[in-house]
Ligand binder design. Structure first.
Ligand SMILES: NC(=O)c1ccc[n+]([C@@H]2O[C@H](COP(=O)([O-])OP(=O)(O)OC[C@H]3O[C@@H](n4cnc5c(N)ncnc54)[C@H](O)[C@@H]3O)[C@@H](O)[C@H]2O)c1
Length: 255
């Protein structure tokens, strides 16, 4: 990504999960390029280091910590380290997520627990740990939801459930803190070209007619498209946006 030439995040600290790949990586590079001190978390330590090296090569500042967001204690430790190192927390980006496709009958208990752990527990416990610091900074949370949180998705029942939970986490936090300056919003992309979509394989006998409502007509987005929206929503320019689920899906949920 080219440096956008804005300084919307000068003096701000952003803590981002999933910063090793895809949308999280693009957001980390974008916010660092706009002046933020970025703290990136991911289970993939090598991928995180690559993001940080690219951020620094472009003149940005980025710290990393290997973190499994499915473990609440690791979420709390990551938030504490961020504030201890950088002195404040202005933006939490809950971005790390996993997806899979299978017949509902084939979902194992382990798969179910892991998806809930990363996509729901991770978002909740990161938010809970970050809230006291975000309130001090009058900061904000941006959760990455999905069109799958807004419509039913065949062969991805558990993933769709987790994204529905992210939508309600966003709205419920927005209501609980509506009398404070804290903002809480979500971005709901449809297809984005990342490792997550590259690793997504429908069951061999999938009924493709069921896919039509969420295939869309405009093709997949790039991670930078989502990062640009994230940077706006997380910035002071979006001061009046609170409790919103903002689709960036090429019209998939319009019809
Ligand atoms: N790609 C899409 O089409 C799409 C569409 C809608 C929503 N989303 C959402 O966007 C978010 C980012 O996805 P992406 O497409 O960039 O995927 P990605 O696979 O490229 O990146 C996800 C990152 O999260 C990390 N991660 C996975 N489990 C983790 C854990 N337990 N703790 C910490 N980090 C962990 C991975 O290592 C990876 O670096 C996810 O929440 C996903 O559900 C993606």
């Amino acid at each position: 990504m080219t440096t956008p030439g804005t300084t919307r995040f000068d003096g701000k600290v952003a803590l981002l999960t999933g910063a090793g790949s895809g949308i999280g990586r693009a957001v980390a590079l974008r916010l660092a390029a706009e002046g933020a001190v970025v703290h990136g978390l991911d289970v993939d330590a090598a991928a995180l280091e690559e993001t940080a090296a690219d951020a620094r090569a472009a003149g940005g500042r980025m710290h990393v910590r290997r973190t499994d967001v499915a473990v609440p204690g690791e979420c709390r430790a990551a938030v504490e380290e961020c504030v201890a190192v950088s002195g404040r927390l202005d933006v939490l980006g809950n971005i790390a997520g996993i997806a899979s496709s299978e017949h509902v009958g084939d979902v194992t208990e382990d798969q179910y627990r892991r998806m809930m752990g990363v996509n729901v527990d991770g978002y909740f416990f990161m938010a809970q740990a970050a809230l006291p610091h975000l309130l001090i900074a009058s900061g904000n949370i941006v959760n990455i939801a999905s069109n799958a949180g807004l419509m039913g998705i065949a062969y991805s029942v558990v993933y769709s459930m987790t994204k529905g939970a992210v939508v309600q986490l966003t709205r419920s936090l927005a209501m609980e803190f509506v009398k404070t300056p804290l903002r809480v919003n979500a971005i709901a992309p449809a297809g984005v070209r990342t490792n997550l979509t590259r690793g997504f394989h429908l069951p061999d006998d999938a009924d493709f007619e069921l896919m039509k409502p969420y295939m869309g007509f405009r093709g997949a987005a790039g991670p930078d498209d989502i990062a640009a929206l994230f940077a706006f929503v997380a910035s002071d320019e979006a001061i009046n946006i609170h409790g919103a689920i903002i689709s960036s899906d090429g019209g998939v949920t319009a019809g």
